[in-house]
Design a protein around this ligand. Sequence first.
Ligand code: ZN
Length: 138
Amino acid sequence: MKHYRKEIIINTPTRRAFINITPAVEEAVTESGITEGLVLVNSMHITASVFINDDERGLHHDFEQWLEKLAPEKPHSQYRHNGAEDNADAHLKRQIMGREVVVAITDGRLDFGPWEQIFYGEFDGKRPKRVLIKIIGE
Ligand code: ZN
């Protein structure tokens, strides 16, 4: 069995953002030389998510509004976590949107269903954060 590991760095200019990282994952699959296997993609930070959904602007706006209703950023004082920090909402949003995805690799390509794309969801940005890509297979 072959294995391959890569980290990518994401630094968003805004506190919150959704970024399509599918091209970076495809690049890692190509670099790995693995044509049959699995790729794991996970955020290495507990205020950011990796998830699969549609690359559609309206949907991303809907996610933002839905998450903001579930865990509003402000007032910061509403959260116990916000003593020295102000990112309690980001921890909660990350928990809902998930830590990682696993995608099958078939014939050297990501074996997606229709419209599936991999996103990085940032909820406490404006600083460099890491995403881990781990690939196993043959
Ligand atoms: Zn925190």
